[in-house]
Design a protein around this ligand. Structure first.
Ligand code: 5RP
Length: 293
């Protein structure tokens, strides 16, 4: 009974201090379960509620993409600069060191290659395996207006049902076929359908006109896809505009790993995303790298 000696009832309980009620300021996530919020907080830095996600999952439908021939050499050195890595379970298990602190957003849909109809995807990873990998989220392609639109939406809703059980968020990627126009009207439709049907994060392309209405109409965090390789200043400008207009971060691939200076590029993107650095200021790092070359 020695541990009861000296116990002063009341003092340690601080009965006059009200316990805080927990609040989460990440868009649309305040009512989610604790595990789900915790995983989202690994992806979106709580200090800014934004993320720099590095997308390297291209191989799941197009094989060894330029810049991703040797992920061990080109991507592993970048891990420390990314808030999250979007990749496949094959690449995780073969090449990404398990000691990384960078959370994994796991590609969980697939099927057709670039030789076939891309919208004909299926769920390609079980939530059990995603949880074994310690994924912070799973990613699924949604082809609104595509040939297999309903099937791809169903892939997402199946994952969302399981995600709720496991506490693993679902990132819905709004995939735009060649025949569809990436304008605000289309992107509002696609992103909103994904959010309404349960996606916890939505990824979409930037559009020059009215992107702010796309972001405003999506009740969960929206991350901007990079798309084909642009000049660094143009890519930084696109990221800057997306953030200014309401995106909660970026999920970029080729514009980072196909840059001549990927380490500098990912840091410049992070400055734009997390510090609202002006594109021209962030771009200055390239000029310095060029001079050093
Ligand atoms: C495939 C994806 C890719 O992860 C991503 O869009 C590719 O990144 P980037 O276009 O920036 O190279 O979701 O549709």
């Amino acid at each position: 009974m020695a541990d009861l000696e000296g116990l002063t009832e009341g003092e340690r309980f601080q009965t006059s201090v009200v316990a805080p009620s927990l609040s989460n300021t990440l868009k649309g996530s305040g009512a989610l379960d604790w595990g789900m919020q915790s995983r989202l907080a690994r992806i979106f830095r709580p200090s800014t509620n934004r993320t720099v996600m590095l997308a390297i999952d291209h191989g799941y439908f197009q094989g060894p993409t330029t810049g991703l021939e040797r992920v061990d050499l080109s991507i592993v050195p970048l891990l420390g600069y990314a808030d999250a890595l979007m990749t496949t379970r094959g690449m995780v298990r073969s090449t990404i060191p398990a000691i990384t602190r960078t959370p994994i957003v796991l590609r969980a849909s697939g099927g057709p290659s670039i030789l076939k109809e891309l919208s004909d995807e299926q769920v390609a990873v079980s939530m059990e395996d995603a949880s074994r990998i310690n994924a912070a989220a799973v990613a699924v392609q949604v082809f609104i207006g595509g040939e297999f639109e309903t099937q791809s939406v169903r892939n997402m809703t199946k994952l969302v049902d399981e995600a709720q059980r496991y506490g693993i968020p679902v990132l819905a990627v709004t995939a735009v076929g060649k025949e569809l126009k990436r304008d605000a009207r289309y992107l509002r439709l696609a992103t909103r359908i994904c959010a309404e049907l349960g996606a916890h994060i939505v990824k979409t392309y930037y559009c020059e006109k009215d992107f702010d209405t796309v972001a405003a109409g999506c009740p969960v965090p929206l991350v901007m896809a990079g798309g084909k390789k642009l000049d660094e200043l143009d890519a930084l400008t696109m990221a800057y505009r997306a953030i200014e207009e309401g995106a909660s971060g970026v999920d970029m691939g080729r514009n980072i790993f196909q840059s001549e200076f990927p380490t500098e590029m990912i840091q410049a993107i992070a400055a734009v995303v997390h510090e609202s650095a002006k594109p021209s200021d962030a771009y200055a790092t390239f000029i310095k790298s060029e001079v050093k070359k």
